[in-house]
Design a protein. Structure first.
Length: 370
């Protein structure tokens, strides 16, 4: 089941001498929130578009799927378990290889991991060309991810077994039955995966989420999501507090400042028919004082908007108050305005020193004028 842990700190220097590595994990992010961010990262930064996918990933992914799905379920489960165990043992070495030797080093370690996992599972129904293609695409993706996002890579590997459990048929069946009144008394369906809202909060603040009746649903206190939440709340490795909410109900979020500073608060609406976020509302650079309480109101979409399959943004009116004073929205983007607001920044140095680091900075950009 979901026993997700985010890798927050890791010391891999000891792998150079064959020693153990130190890892610090935190239970401040849910598996659901991590996967939402991870899939978006992979799609936007690496796969990018159909042309890039077909040119660089398609054949290798086909061979991976051919190896994984061309066997009986017992061997497939054994392979997945072995692969998760092998990667968990070798992920620190792979991080080092990505920094020190690039794709060639990662290719060698990836080949060892996959070959050992297949051998332990008793799988031999693949040829050398399929294996090489599978290793090549895995090595490329792992090198890029390990170099660009080492803690995301470490978190993925650390939780592979739990992530795999989400695809067990018995768990999927139990989840569906839990939302069906034929099996569960007073069952309530979960929010439709086609549409949902992501609230993003950056500042020294505690967060409490309420339903329309004033019942507390979840909270983040001292940057730590509290247990027994009824909606998904997370704190990511960029210091951002996240709240995931359905679109079919009204919600209120109390934001209590824990120190003086600046608050940035935003609401994003995701619509699968648009394929991405199609409505974004920003309240930026709000000066806050310790002890102040802000109230954010998130009304439900209309029934017509919920059922719409056009991919066009809803007209949801999001608001933020400090007492009786309404805080004006800094910016609201819809549809093409949101799609055109994404930027991809690539940077490289003049030399390639050996080592590994992860740097996170905010980048402010304006579209170029022609």
């Amino acid at each position: 089941m979901d026993d997700f842990e985010r890798v927050a700190k890791a010391d891999i220097l000891h792998v150079l001498s064959g020693g153990n590595y130190y890892v610090q994990t935190k239970k401040d992010m849910s598996q659901e929130a991590f996967l939402e961010e991870f899939v978006k990262l992979m799609a936007n930064r690496y796969l990018k578009d159909r042309t890039n996918y077909a040119a660089n990933y398609q054949n290798g992914i086909r061979d991976i799927c051919g190896i994984f799905f061309g066997m009986d379920s017992a061997k497939k489960n054994k392979l997945y378990f072995n692969l998760a165990e092998e990667l968990k043992k070798k992920w620190a070495v792979i991080l080092y290889e990505a920094a020190a030797n690039g794709k060639s080093g990662v290719y060698k370690k990836t080949s060892e991991v996959l070959e050992n996992s297949l051998k332990k599972a008793g799988i031999t129904n693949y040829n050398e060309e399929e294996f090489e293609d599978a290793v090549a695409v895995l090595a490329n993706m792992m090198t890029d991810l390990a170099s660009d996002e080492p803690f995301t890579f470490a978190t993925l590997v650390w939780n592979l077994e739990g992530i795999g459990q989400a695809h067990y048929p018995e768990l999927c069946l139990a989840w569906m039955q839990s939302m069906d009144t034929n099996y569960t008394t007073d069952a309530k369906s979960g929010f439709a995966p086609s549409k949902y809202r992501i609230v993003r909060i950056n500042c020294p603040i505690d967060v409490t989420v309420y339903d329309a009746e004033g019942n507390e649903l979840a909270s983040i206190i001292n940057d730590t999501p509290q247990p027994d939440a009824h909606v998904v709340v997370s704190f990511n490795d960029e210091g951002e507090k996240l709240v995931y909410l359905p679109v079919y109900a009204d919600y209120v979020i109390k934001l209590t400042a824990t120190a003086d500073g600046v608050m940035n608060y935003a609401v994003n609406e995701y619509d699968s028919y648009a394929g991405e976020i199609n409505h974004a509302v920003f309240f930026n650079d709000i000066q806050i004082t310790a002890g102040q309480e802000y109230m954010a109101y998130l009304p439900s979409l209309t029934e017509e908007e919920i059922e719409s399959m056009t991919g066009r943004a809803a007209d949801t009116d999001y608001s933020l108050f400090l007492g009786a004073e309404q805080i004006l929205c800094s910016e609201e983007l819809k549809d093409e305005e949101v799609f055109d607001a994404y930027y991809c920044v690539s940077a490289s140095g003049e030399d390639t020193p050996k080592g590994l680091s992860s740097v996170r900075e905010s980048v402010s950009m304006e579209p170029s004028q022609s």
